[in-house]
Design a protein around this ligand. Structure first.
Ligand SMILES: Cc1cc2nc3c(=O)[nH]c(=O)nc-3n(C[C@H](O)[C@H](O)[C@H](O)COP(=O)(O)OP(=O)(O)OC[C@H]3O[C@@H](n4cnc5c(N)ncnc54)[C@H](O)[C@@H]3O)c2cc1C
Length: 437
């Protein structure tokens, strides 16, 4: 591949509110330079590619980047403009940090001002357990970058690798060949103009309410309860050393250190306990009251801090697995698998499966493997990788008594470490032509 321009450095801005306030800045919804990107020589209405990826955040940008690194002609589309925020407390488990490190992106994430997290503490009543983040799987810290920064870094890395990026484009349906195989997508651009893209594979990386999953009628293969709620805000002027978890009966609160010395402060509870956080009430007050019920000591520290963002959250989070492959299509990230945020593992799932899917499609396009076999293996591997995590997440989101909750957290930690080791052992991505060598 020809030499590439250096990556543009992220501007360090703590919040989307600050981006919106910058004169002539990249306001959400503007059609500015970083707003509506269209790269390459595509016709604005119809184009042909090897792969179209719908959704351009953790799952979509990573998949597009890894496909482009193999020399695949890939375009990734998103109805959002970037940089933009999305709902997340954005703490990366070790496996996600391993992926960013292997992909050569971790340094830029740290350079954006997301602090390396080197300590985690668990608080249950008066008991406090502090642990240093040990070196394992090639990384010795964790990180919790804000999404408007991380997703933009990922998307630029995809662009840098050669992926074409189109934002401000909403996909409305898939197209099908005479055989019934999915062979593209249709949608509309920012001004309502029709857009049509054809490809050998359509990848739905378009989140929980995936349009692609609906268009292809992807079966839900496992569905559990939707018992959990997670709400969060950002605070400045709070004293902390690293990630904190505070547990009590029926509630879990904590903080993740993030950009500009701020912390993402979150509260996870059964959905009925978060009723007070529904719209139409003073959500900031309700949030602080809920934190105080769960951890009065943490609430006292919070009272002295400065809240810098409104409370956001998700009540009744589903837990479900979708069939992630079919004739001409595949799903990755939340489109393929959604789970309660209590385990903070969705972005790690997205990074892990993005690589497995990109390798699978790369090998199919290279003619090295039978498509049906390879896609079935991607499906089986996705199931195998998530099965324990899914069980633990569903069990935690039922908020068992603290002893059982702590035991599940230990199981989770073991799963996360094993997953990180397996990701660290993956070989580097190579251009498709080199597969046969
Ligand atoms: C409250 C909460 C807290 C969380 N905290 C954490 C955490 O601490 N750590 C963690 O790892 N995970 C966390 N998660 C989960 C994590 O945010 C998700 O797993 C992750 O965002 C999934 O990435 P994705 O790329 O699959 O989907 P998304 O981030 O949902 O991105 C999907 C993209 O698709 C685009 N799109 C959708 N439909 C269309 C369409 N029709 N046409 C074009 N584009 C479309 C959207 O604009 C969007 O940009 C949390 C989730 C919630 C709800």
């Amino acid at each position: 591949m020809s030499s590439k321009p250096p990556l543009r450095r992220s501007r360090i801005v703590c919040s989307m509110e600050q981006i919106d306030q910058q004169p002539g800045g990249e306001a959400r919804g503007s059609a500015g330079e970083a707003g509506h990107r269209m790269v390459g020589d595509m016709s604005p209405t119809t184009s042909h590619h090897d792969v179209v990826v719908v959704g351009s955040r953790c799952a979509g940008a990573s998949t597009a980047m890894l496909l482009a690194q193999q020399g695949v002609d890939v375009v990734t589309i998103d109805r959002s403009r970037f940089p933009s925020d999305t709902l997340s407390t954005h703490s990366l488990a070790r496996g996600a940090v391993v992926q960013l490190h292997r992909w050569g992106i971790l340094d830029e994430v740290l350079a954006s001002g997301a602090p390396a997290i080197r300590e985690v503490s668990f608080h249950i009543g008066d008991t406090v357990i502090r642990k240093d983040i040990k070196a394992a799987a090639g990384v010795d810290h964790l990180v919790a970058p804000r999404r408007h920064i991380l997703d933009d870094i990922l998307l630029r890395a995809a662009e840098q690798a050669g992926a074409r990026v189109r934002t401000g484009v909403t996909v409305t349906d898939v197209t099908r060949a005479a055989t019934g195989r999915v062979d593209g997508v249709v949608g509309r651009g920012a001004d309502g103009e029709p857009v049509e893209l054809h490809a050998r594979f359509v990848v739905g990386a378009d989140g929980l309410r995936s349009r692609i999953a609906r268009a292809v009628d992807a079966p839900v293969t496992d569905q559990r309860h939707a018992n959990g709620a997670c709400h969060y805000t950002y605070v400045a002027d709070l004293d902390f050393q690293g990630t904190e978890f505070h547990l009590s009966d029926g509630g879990f609160v904590g903080l993740f250190p993030t950009h500009c010395g701020e912390a993402n402060v979150w509260v996870s509870t059964p959905v009925d306990r978060a009723e007070g956080l529904r719209g139409g009430v003073d959500r900031n007050r309700a949030f602080r009251d809920l934190v105080a019920e769960i951890s009065p000591a943490f609430a006292d520290r919070l009272a002295a801090a400065r809240q810098t963002a409104p409370v956001r959250g998700f009540s009744a989070m589903p837990n479900l697995l979708r069939q992630p492959v079919g004739d001409g299509w595949a799903l990755v990230g939340d489109a393929s698998y959604f789970r309660d945020a209590i385990t903070g593992h969705g972005m790690t799932d997205a990074f892990r499966d993005a690589e497995h899917l990109a390798r699978t499609i790369g090998a199919v396009l290279a003619g090295d493997v039978d498509e049906a076999d390879a896609m079935a293996r991607y499906h089986a591997r996705r199931d195998e990788m998530v099965s324990d995590l899914f069980e633990i997440t569903c069990a935690l989101a039922l908020f068992p008594a603290p002893d059982r909750f702590s035991e599940l957290q230990k199981q989770l930690s073991r799963c996360i470490e094993a997953e990180a080791e397996s990701l660290a052992a993956l070989p580097p991505i190579r251009p498709v032509g080199a597969f046969a060598a």
